[in-house]
Design a protein around this ligand. Structure first.
Ligand SMILES: [Zn+2]
Length: 276
């Protein structure tokens, strides 16, 4: 990767996929199954079939930890038929639905699973009607990973030329409830254990990371070769680029200096259980 500028999310994906490839339990790839999954199956059966087709080719300890399954639903507005597809994911890239003010992470999550209307040139072909129809499309999570990586799209392609989205996004340290995104009413709660922050502009910047120690529970800041201990209170001080808050002080978030210290949090990782 040399000295060129890299995006933290792209790098993490590159790293995870590389590690996954190296420890893939499937050493001789079988022929891929190219037939469509039977449309008459239940959604759960379709999801299971899609998953087993995936792990038939891609099966590793890295995937066991980080891989989830996303459900995409396309509903024909004419005949109401739902056509569903299931895809594995390493991380979820969340839109930031505002250019100003403060947001909560939950608002980004809600925006991610919102219904989108596909009309005009985007009209898909309904598999039941057999012609192009106006459809509604939305995402839900079929299978939650053990470690969930969330990426905030501060540099979405359409925003790249307009600069970075510096909106402050607040998120819980513990008990992030992902259940509203579940496709099948699964309960999923995550605790934060690491995040990376980007400071700078679209064209150049610097990444720092915060991680929670697996045994002591202490937080550490990683900045190039420097490692510093920090408490969650320290993490919430306004002079720092990150804006973390914990459950006990949810209503007492420190807001002083917010104008000058917009969160640069670009990607962070949550865990269902405290720590591995
Ligand atoms: Zn239809």
């Amino acid at each position: 990767m040399g000295y060129s500028q890299q995006d933290a999310q792209e790098f993490l994906r590159y790293l995870l996929e590389g590690l996954h490839e190296d420890v893939n339990r499937v050493t001789t790839r079988p022929k891929p199954i190219l037939t469509e999954i039977d449309d008459n199956l239940s959604d759960t059966a379709k999801a299971n079939e899609a998953w087993s087709r995936y792990v038939r080719m891609e099966d590793s300890r890295v995937g066991d930890i980080f891989m989830g399954q996303l459900k995409s639903t396309l509903r024909c507005t004419h005949c109401k038929h739902d056509s569903v597809t299931f895809d594995p994911f390493w991380d979820l890239s969340l839109p930031i639905p505002s250019r100003t003010g403060n947001l909560k992470l939950q608002q980004c999550l809600q925006h991610f699973v919102r219904e989108e209307e596909l009309d005009g040139d985007e009209k898909p072909t309904c598999s039941k009607c057999g012609v192009r129809r106006k459809c509604l499309k939305w995402f839900t999570v079929q299978k939650f990973p053990k470690v969930l990586v969330l990426h905030l799209k501060r540099f979405s392609p359409t925003e790249r030329f307009r600069g970075k989205l510096n909106v402050l996004v607040e998120f819980p340290l513990n008990g992030l409830d992902m259940s509203p995104l579940s496709a099948n009413n699964t309960t999923a709660t995550y605790n934060l254990y690491a995040l990376s922050n980007h400071s700078g502009t679209t064209y150049s910047g610097h990444y720092t990371a915060y991680c929670k120690h697996p045994y002591s529970g202490d937080w550490h800041e990683y900045n190039d070769s420097r490692r510093t201990c920090c408490s969650t209170n320290w993490l919430t001080t306004p002079s720092r680029p990150s804006r973390l808050h914990n459950g006990t002080t949810t209503e007492q978030r420190r807001r002083r200096g917010v104008q000058n210290t917009r969160a640069d949090c670009c990607r962070y990782t949550n865990m269902r259980h405290d720590l591995m």
